[in-house]
Design a binder for this molecule. Structure first.
Ligand SMILES: [Fe+2]
Ligand SMILES: [Fe+2]
Length: 191
């Protein structure tokens, strides 16, 4: 598929599967991903595509996510079995491949990784992960500083988000996915 057609198809897929509210979030993530791609010299088309696709599976039921992941033989760990909502990244990547024929591993990997992060993320994965948390519809203490940091240093911005997620979970007595902990260790080792 030509790039404009693929972007349109990705937009259509998101629109057809999501509420207006989450579709709005999707469009803002795509715009933010493009702006981060431009700031960091990454391909803006891929960034837009990954942004449009990232939450395509977010409104499937937990049961449906788990069943679909199993049917498609996606890896599912115990943590995800307990919290299948985390599978909405990998399942969205599966939808992109099956329904739109997206084969670009960088795009699929970014979509897959946006829920937990993972060690060794490339720039596209980092910027999608960050765009999801800083799109203009988000508002929480420190977001302005995070937006500024994201345009300067993607690794540092991702580490900041992973650290606050871990602390937030810890304060509520909730565990953090081991992949997120490994992603943070990796980032702390690279900065
Ligand atoms: Fe998501
Ligand atoms: Fe999202």
């Amino acid at each position: 598929m030509r790039v404009p057609d693929l972007l349109e198809a990705a937009d259509g897929l998101a629109h057809s599967r999501l509420s207006e509210k989450r579709y709005g979030h999707t469009l803002r993530v795509a715009e933010t991903a493009v702006s981060l791609a431009e700031a960091h010299g990454t391909d803006p088309h891929r960034a837009r595509l990954a942004g449009l696709l990232h939450d395509a599976a977010r409104e499937m039921s937990q049961q449906d996510l788990l069943r679909t992941a199993e049917r498609w033989h996606l890896p599912v760990d115990d943590f995800e079995r307990d919290r299948p909502v985390l599978l909405h990244g990998p399942v969205a990547a599966g939808l992109a491949r099956r329904e739109l024929g997206v084969e670009e591993e960088a795009v699929l990997g970014a979509v897959r990784a946006h829920t937990t992060g993972e060690p060794g993320m490339d720039d596209l994965s980092l910027l999608l992960y960050v765009a999801d948390k800083i799109e203009p519809g988000r508002d929480y203490p420190g977001i302005e500083g995070l937006r500024e940091l994201a345009h300067r240093d993607l690794h540092a911005a991702t580490a900041r988000i992973l650290r606050s997620t871990r602390d937030h979970n810890r304060n509520r007595g909730r565990p953090t996915h081991p992949r997120s902990r490994k992603a943070l260790e990796w980032l702390e080792g690279t900065t």
